[in-house]
Design a protein around this ligand. Structure first.
Ligand SMILES: Cc1cc2nc3c(=O)[nH]c(=O)nc-3n(C[C@H](O)[C@H](O)[C@H](O)COP(=O)(O)OP(=O)(O)OC[C@H]3O[C@@H](n4cnc5c(N)ncnc54)[C@H](O)[C@@H]3O)c2cc1C
Length: 385
């Protein structure tokens, strides 16, 4: 394919964009992908070995149909690439009575008929002695959960997209997007490209290209840590679950050991605002480590209290914590942004949705609840007498 003659330009080929490239190219469209770095890379939001995938979605039940399809598509990718990209594991969720985490997961499970086991604090303590949960905690155990190997997923999507004929240009930064219905022009630091349509999935950098999104996205600096394990139980595929704990000091998540030596954990809440994602502080500060090391010593057993590895990542937060996924009306552009720290598990299905929007103008699954218009709709509803 000549890069002057493409159907779709994908801008930002990380978590969501790599999947969009694959789905578009697999449908026979001529695709050009542009990325300022060389994905998979550690500069954006899709790195750090693993990402949790789960179905009893506490954030909102509307995500569940997308999650069923996402899981199937990850399995398709694993088969097609012949890589162990997804692994099923139990997920232990806990919080005080009425916690958004356990109550929300139960609501999704009830509405979508998903298996979710309630545990008393005593049952949780006996089955999972590696946790020191507060005694008033309400505990739920999900079996329809697991983790994805994040960099390998991005790499697999990009490799297969190219095998289907897509062209990927790395180290090239998009500077400006313009056009009219059916015609898109993309200016980069190295040239100008045109196509019939585009997908913009630039993660933390989205507002630099679409200034209207600046009022919708707040970028947060997030840190994650790997702590050495002192007991082999943390590396046991059956005994050690993924966890998400809603504690008075914050929400903390973690994944059991995949290297046999460490577990990965981090705080889902908090994180300082980033004004320029290219200038985010990459070194780890004492203030980053302190709350997580405290969580590890107070709430987990048989783990060393000092991390042996760390990384800096970014969340792109929307105003309500739900994604911003839309086809624009003034430009032939699908925009996926504001993934608010829980978007990677959806990359497989959102890549497919982007391809459907471009090829047939509408998706086969409901994504209306992710439309940017929801904010205007809500504002109009509250104004009505
Ligand atoms: C610490 C951490 C833990 C997380 N845990 C989970 C989890 O367990 N489960 C889950 O589902 N989600 C999780 N998430 C969220 C999830 O990882 C993100 O929502 C998802 O990876 C976002 O993907 P993205 O494609 O929007 O961004 P990215 O993967 O960062 O991709 C954006 C791409 O755009 C490129 N780009 C930017 N600007 C330009 C430009 N001007 N020109 C060209 N290219 C450009 C960048 O180089 C990058 O490759 C976590 C996130 C973090 C940070």
């Amino acid at each position: 394919m000549s890069i002057e003659n493409c159907d779709v330009i994908v801008m930002g080929c990380g978590g969501i964009g790599s999947a969009a490239m694959y789905h578009l190219a697999r449908r026979g469209l001529k695709v050009l992908g542009l990325d300022r770095f060389h994905p998979p890379h550690a500069q954006g939001s899709s790195h750090g070995d693993t990402r949790i995938i789960r179905k009893a979605y506490f954030e909102h039940p509307n995500y569940v149909p997308l999650l069923h399809r996402a899981w199937d598509l990850w399995e398709v990718l694993a088969r097609e690439s012949d890589l162990p990209l997804i692994e099923r594991r139990e997920l232990l969720m806990s919080g005080p009575p009425g916690s958004e985490v356990t109550a929300g997961a139960r609501q999704s499970a009830r509405l979508h008929n998903l298996p979710l086991q309630d545990l008393t604090w005593d049952e949780a303590r006996k089955s999972f002695p590696m946790f020191k949960l507060p005694p008033d905690h309400d505990v739920a155990l999900e079996s329809t959960a697991g983790f994805l190997r994040v960099e390998d997923c991005v790499g697999a999507y990009l490799d297969l997209a190219q095998a289907y004929g897509a062209h990927l240009r790395c180290g090239e930064t998009v500077k400006k997007i313009s056009g009219a219905p059916g015609q898109l022009s993309v200016q980069t630091d190295q040239g100008t490209y045109s196509a019939g349509a585009g997908v913009l999935t630039c993660g933390a950098w989205t507002s630099q290209l679409l200034p209207d999104y600046a009022r919708l996205i707040t970028v947060r600096r997030k840190t994650l840590f790997w702590y050495p394990i002192q007991s082999a139980v943390w590396a046991d595929r059956v005994a050690a679950p993924i966890f998400f704990l809603d504690l008075p000091e914050g929400q903390f998540y973690g994944l059991p050991s995949i290297d046999g030596r460490t577990i990965k954990t981090g705080e889902h809440t908090g994180g300082e605002t980033v004004t320029d994602p290219s200038a985010v502080t990459r070194s780890i500060l004492a203030v980053d480590e302190r709350p997580v090391s405290r969580f590890v010593s107070e709430r987990l057993a048989d783990i060393e209290s000092k991390p042996s590895r760390s990384a800096v990542c970014m969340y792109s937060m929307s105003p309500d914590g739900h994604f911003l996924f839309d086809q624009l009306s003034d430009l032939p552009l699908v925009v996926g942004a504001g993934f608010s720290g829980h978007g990677f598990k959806f990359a497989s299905v959102l890549g497919e949705v982007a391809a459907e929007l471009i090829q047939q103008g509408r998706p086969s699954l409901d994504i209306d609840f992710l439309s940017v218009n929801r904010f205007a709709r809500r504002a109009a509803e509250t104004k009505q007498p």
